[in-house]
Design a protein around this ligand. Sequence first.
Ligand code: ADP
Ligand code: MG
Length: 313
Amino acid sequence: MIRLESIRKDYGSMTAVKDLSLEIPAGEICVLLGLSGCGKSTTLRMINKLIPPSSGHIYINGKDADEYPVEKLRQSMGYVVQSIGLFPHFTVAENIATVPRLLKWDNARLDRRIREMLMMVGLDYDTYSKKYPNELSGGEAQRVGVARALAADPPILLMDEPFGAVDPLSRKHLQNEFLKIQRELKKTVIFVTHDVEEAIKLGDKIAIMNCGELQEYDTPEGLIIRCKNQFVKDFLGSEYAIRVLARFSAGGIAHERDAKSEVCVPASENLQVALSVMIERGSSSLTVTSQDGTSVGSISIGDIVDVLRNTEN
Ligand code: ADP
Ligand code: MG
């Protein structure tokens, strides 16, 4: 869906992005992860044609981005950023309507869409539609930012540290809501962050950059098994594998063998929590229960170790 071919961006003698090649399949979330200044935002800006690459090519749906008129290209990409944010003199409703208005939607359709978008991001229409950005909390403003980016239903979403400025709890909420929305809409997403935890949670694949260069590009699980790059290993941290466990549910790996352990976890609980419960309770296996409390099987420590190794793709 999006293919970068040897993209490079020079600022004078400084190279912000160096020979970056990356393929992002349709419907997936690709997280660009790296330290501040490693070239993440520059990469997004090139994809969005805010700045031209010094060399290399960007293909959208197999067609060179140069062949698309800028406006057409931008309308096919929702863009969410942390800092520029919303237009301060527009209400929430007007902010959300930005691109649909450019596309000349009629008022009835616009209003329907604004209501739909606010509902999707969990904001009440009557309370919020007429507010101005300075009357919103950081988390609310980010929700409106996401609603605005999705309003014209673009197939591509570029998100540059969108949840970076909100408190940790709101950030978790926003991440969960975004994942819920994404499961339904299946946009092709490039999501920039410097936060390893956020990358693990959201990424179908993670592209790790350093000093403008791509270091590794793999699934979160693949990075545990295949990564040989020392910079990446240090950057992800020695507890990385434990963190990746949060991506899997206990129900997903429960074996239908006799569940003997009195220590239980709900099937919806993630494996990081399951492992923590095992350690706390001094038990090397767990019974996994459904919502009504009946057993759906069991998991052992060995099953948890195996899950990270059996998710090859
Ligand atoms: P990130 O988003 O990963 O924090 P950026 O892509 O914003 O990093 O920046 C990458 C590098 O390019 C940084 O060293 C930054 O200072 C430099 N840079 C970005 N934009 C410009 C510009 N317009 N002129 C000169 N240097 C820039
Ligand atoms: Mg940046």
